[in-house]
Design a protein around this ligand. Structure first.
Ligand code: FPP
Length: 238
């Protein structure tokens, strides 16, 4: 979690701008998502090569269900294909795949392939690739609050034991560190309900580049910018 001159150990990315990328080229939106998979591949490989501890990708938000059914179906199809096709690459790069979000709300075939990929990669010791799927930051907090309330009601936890540290354990990201750097492509200055609890002290980096154009040189730029920043976590410079 250290700052100045250091590499971030956990990078999270809001992969935005697929639709605009396609529109600018007179293509259908799904072509942008397809091209976006190439960026997912390159950036994952690059992050693993740089020995990041974790890369978290916002692949499908709860709000994304509001899109036309056809686009949602195609996104689910792409996700499923990705899970199957990338198993070899995940294995070769010693990556451990994991997921956050209301996974039980995903189509069953996607859940099945996800479970296989998670199980097959569970003993890998390299970078964690975390996919946020059917994810919403507020829901994550609500789900944690419900689980905590149940623990208290069942007498497994005392009210006084609810602290920031114990609360964190009940989040989908309970066992993960908070992101050091959050990258958003596509230029919008919003966090879009992503990792609301976890990004309290995360450094933000926004680029106008659309996700399908985002390549390792852009990641390098973000990392360099991060390395120059001084993280004080509300304190004073040492
Ligand atoms: C935002 O672009 C992107 C998404 C909603 C989906 C991101 C998904 C992928 C890159 C492919 C699947 C991912 C994996 C990990 C296999 P947008 O459509 O909102 O773009 P716009 O803002 O230009 O319309």
């Amino acid at each position: 979690m250290s700052g100045n001159g250091h590499l971030p150990s956990h990078v999270a990315i809001i992969m935005d701008g697929n639709g605009r990328w396609a529109r600018q080229r007179g293509l259908v939106r799904i072509r942008g998502h397809k091209e976006g998979i190439e960026s997912v591949r390159e950036i994952t490989r690059e992050c693993a090569k740089r020995h990041l501890k974790q890369l978290t990708l916002y692949a499908f938000s709860q709000e994304n269900w509001k899109r036309p059914k056809r686009e949602v179906n195609l996104l689910m199809k792409l996700l499923k294909e990705f899970l199957v096709k990338e198993r070899k690459e995940i294995e070769e790069n010693n990556i451990r795949l994991t997921a956050i979000g209301r996974i039980s709300g995903l189509p069953e075939d996607v859940q099945r392939e996800l479970a296989i990929s998670i199980e097959e990669s569970k003993d890998n010791t390299g970078m964690v690739l975390c996919l946020a799927l059917n994810y919403g930051g507020r829901s994550e907090i609500v789900d944690a609050a419900k689980d905590i309330a149940k623990s208290v009601k069942d007498g497994k936890m005392d009210l006084n034991e609810i602290t920031e540290e114990t609360f964190k354990k009940f989040l989908y990201t309970g066992e993960m560190t908070d992101p050091d750097l959050l990258i958003r492509t596509g230029g919008e200055m919003r966090v879009s309900n992503f990792l609301l609890w976890e990004i309290s002290y995360t450094e933000l980096w926004v680029t106008p580049i659309c996700w399908p154009d985002f390549r390792k040189e852009h990641l390098e730029e973000a990392m360099k910018d991060y390395a120059r920043r001084e993280r004080r976590f509300g304190g004073l410079q040492e």
